[in-house]
Design a protein around this ligand. Structure first.
Ligand SMILES: C[S@@+](CC[C@H](N)C(=O)[O-])C[C@H]1O[C@@H](n2cnc3c(N)ncnc32)[C@H](O)[C@@H]1O
Length: 408
């Protein structure tokens, strides 16, 4: 093998093994306008491993990022033409290539620390692929590269943090001066709980107190261990049913992502009752309304539409979430419906993004919302929806005290 081929093989092997630290191409053959040196180092951009290439000219540097396969092809073309020397640094060795009259390759075993994968020009990434929690949850590997088969999960986390950040920015008021509190209902393995904590703490620089609520004790144990190992102070996970978990009043943010069926209603109710400033839910497995919608199809203009199971399913889902949105609005929230990327739940990628208004709704606005809720229910033949049932129950409990003027 000639020295150039051998050096290129070492380069390729170091990239494939994740051992590449940096390299330089030097000894240029071009004129004064050509770059004097090319400097290469790995960076992560949106969680993807890329190569940052600095072209060093006489008086300026130009930096661009490329995928590694492109870089390997380009380096192979340039060596022996535009540049006659190359220096490769990996975690285990250094390899110096000289392509003069008598090409030479010198390889010296030498230990180097892994490259720091920060992106030089990125301000602060909302989801840092290098974060310890992503490594502990096996979303990324030890070098901060998104693992094979975890790409969808990583994109879901990024999309979630995007939506969370936009809700945080539009939520009124700067808070109450204490730590920012949030609760993740039905948190599962905690991917989004950790991401939300990291966003509020690292990007928004808030003191954070957060709780993940989950019925499965094994997941709760795993999440508490990861939070401890990653030094995520103020983040804890508890084994509880959402409906039974008492959220302290004055909560800043509640999230519930893919909590099944009416567990989403329990979560919304908990958030509303605690006066959460932000409520983010991605509902899942809408079972409650389907039988009611089916019963209503016996007659009427929707009969031919609802006789198809798939259409009936989608109508029931949309009616459920539209009602939830109206009920949130009636409770004083602004509501947007966004799309939450999730390839595992392709049809279930809706997110309700609610932010609390600073001032209560006028009675006329409440009456208008009551009318619209009743109209939607009547259209689909809906008799009950669980969030509405919970809110009506609470109103019933509040009524006698308000009517008698009793002090609680
Ligand atoms: C589909 S997973 C979603 C996990 C996580 N929120 C996410 O999006 O990655 C739903 C999780 O909610 C939990 N869960 C479902 N119903 C619940 C309830 N009523 N109370 C607490 N946890 C619940 C399940 O055990 C499961 O871990």
């Amino acid at each position: 093998m000639n020295p150039l081929t051998e050096w290129l093989a070492l380069l390729q092997k170091s990239v494939e093994a994740g051992l590449f630290v940096k390299m330089t191409l030097g000894h240029p053959t071009g004129g004064p306008d050509a770059p004097r040196k090319l400097l290469f180092k790995p960076v992560t951009i949106k969680g993807r491993l890329c190569c940052s290439v600095v072209s060093r000219y006489e008086r300026r540097d130009v930096t661009k990022n490329y995928d590694f396969p492109e870089v390997l092809r380009d380096v192979a073309q340039k060596l022996g033409g535009e540049f006659l020397s190359a220096h490769l640094v990996t975690q285990t060795e250094e390899a110096q290539l000289e392509l003069g009259r008598k090409p030479r390759l010198k390889v010296i075993p030498q230990t180097h620390a892994p490259a720091a994968l920060e992106h030089d020009r990125a301000p602060i990434r909302w989801v840092d692929a290098n974060a310890a929690y992503l490594k502990a949850l096996e979303v990324t590997d030890a070098r901060g590269r998104v693992r094979e088969r975890m790409g969808d999960k990583f994109r879901q986390i990024e999309r979630f943090v995007d939506l969370l950040a936009s809700a945080y920015k539009e939520s009124a008021g700067a808070g109450h001066g204490g730590p920012f509190t949030f609760c993740d209902m039905g948190c599962g393995k905690g991917y989004l709980t950790f991401a939300a904590y990291d966003y509020f703490r690292r990007v928004e620089k808030l003191a954070v107190e957060a709780t993940g609520v989950e019925t499965r004790p094994d997941l709760v144990g795993l999440c508490n261990r990861v939070a401890g190992e990653c030094g995520m102070e103020g983040l804890r996970f508890v084994a509880s049913n959402i409906a039974e978990y008492a959220v302290a009043p004055g909560l800043d943010c509640l999230i519930a992502l893919h909590a099944c069926n009416t567990a989403t209603d329990d979560a919304l109710f908990a958030g509303i009752t605690a006066g959460a400033r932000i409520i983010l839910t991605a509902p899942c497995c809408h079972k409650e309304l389907r039988p009611q919608v089916d019963a209503a199809r016996q007659a009427g203009p929707l009969e031919d539409l609802l006789r198809h199971g798939l259409f009936a399913e989608r109508h029931a889902e949309m009616a459920t979430d539209a009602l939830r949105a109206l009920l949130l609005e009636r409770e004083g929230y602004r509501v947007r419906v966004g799309e939450f990327v999730s390839l595992e739940h392709t049809a279930k990628n809706v997110m309700l993004i609610a932010t609390r208004r600073e001032t209560p709704l006028a009675p006329a606005a409440v009456a208008d919302l009551d009318r619209r809720i009743a109209r939607l229910k009547a259209f689909y033949g809906i008799e009950h929806q669980f969030l509405e049932t919970l809110l009506l129950g609470r109103r019933e409990l509040e009524r006698p005290a308000a009517a008698s003027g009793a002090v609680p």
